[in-house]
Design a protein around this ligand. Structure first.
Ligand code: PAF
Length: 291
């Protein structure tokens, strides 16, 4: 396994692969790897000749009062895990090599980025899309794999790829969970014991709502109330949002209808803000019940 730090060297290597017809899979990460990341590496490996994992805590996607300086890191362990998983190259640039001091071009999406996490993190997706576009230009992948936990992020990345004509296939990997159902996230390590215990509120609320949908409840106003009891049991967590949006357009819906609905949730704990989601499909539930 090779570690490349210099963006130009990365791009040169990528151009060589392209000339040779090597299929390149990219897994972008901010490090502090867990099984969720490793599942994405496995997906990339099954579909590519070489896998590049980028490990870069991207400063432009953090707001001024967010957790950039507390973002967990253990590079030695990350490199060992990458080696074990058969990653070919870890691309690990420094921030000043990625961004010129007077950088003035950013990628801004203007629809899907407005709601959900975009409301409390107004510059977040501009930073994400900018760094992902840069990684695409430096690694020149044929495909890139992202986790469904960041549901809004992957929809935005697909939109960027479509609108800016990147010749890259975007693949999503399912959410990987801890034994108690909490979605794996590097940020979980910043929760104290009491918050970690209460972090199940997201999964419990989502499953409770999903259950109600499969029993025939379609009104979002009624479904929303199903989370109240779980939130009341979670004094350490402040609800940022619990939103029902169209799974493709991310526009709010008032009812669960024929189209799939993304139910997304964010809760701020003292040490970390956690997100989770589930896709509600009334048609699929009905078909399941009819079997
Ligand atoms: O999902 C993440 O870890 C980050 O947002 C990403 C895609 C690596 C961009 O920094």
């Amino acid at each position: 396994m090779e570690v490349i730090r210099d963006p130009q060297q990365m791009q040169k290597r990528a151009m060589g692969w392209r000339r040779q017809g090597v299929v390149v899979g990219l897994v972008p990460t901010m490090g502090f790897l867990h099984d969720g990341h490793l599942s994405l590496v496995r997906i990339a490996k099954a579909k590519s000749d070489v896998v590049v994992l980028s490990l870069f805590v991207n400063p432009t996607q953090f707001g001024p009062n967010e957790d950039l300086d507390r973002y967990p890191s253990n590079i030695q362990r990350d490199l060992e895990l990458c080696e074990q998983e058969g990653v070919s190259v870890v691309f690990m640039p420094d921030a000043d090599a990625v961004y010129a001091a007077d950088a003035s071009v950013f990628v801004q999406e203007e629809q899907l980025s407005q709601g959900l996490c975009g409301l409390s993190r107004p510059i977040h997706f501009r930073g994400v899309l900018t760094v992902v576009a840069k990684l695409f230009n430096l690694v020149l992948p044929d495909l890139s794999v992202f986790g469904e936990k960041d549901a809004q992020q992957i929809r935005l990345i697909r939109r960027m790829v479509r609108d800016l004509n990147f010749p890259i296939k975007i693949i999503s990997g399912p959410i990987v969970r801890e034994a108690d159902g909490v979605a794996m996230s590097s940020r979980n390590s910043n929760l104290d014991a009491a918050s970690r215990e209460q972090a199940v509120v997201l999964r419990k609320s989502l499953l409770d709502i999903q259950q109600a949908v499969s029993s025939g409840e379609c009104s979002v106003a009624a479904l929303r109330k199903r989370a109240d009891g779980h939130l009341a049991d979670t004094p350490l967590g402040a609800l940022d949002y619990l939103e029902f949006v169209d799974n493709e357009t991310l526009e709010s819906v008032a009812e669960i209808g024929e189209r799939a609905v993304l139910l997304a949730m964010a809760v701020q704990f003292p040490g970390a803000r956690l997100i989770d989601n589930i896709v509600l499909e009334r048609g699929a539930q009905a078909a399941l019940q009819a079997k």
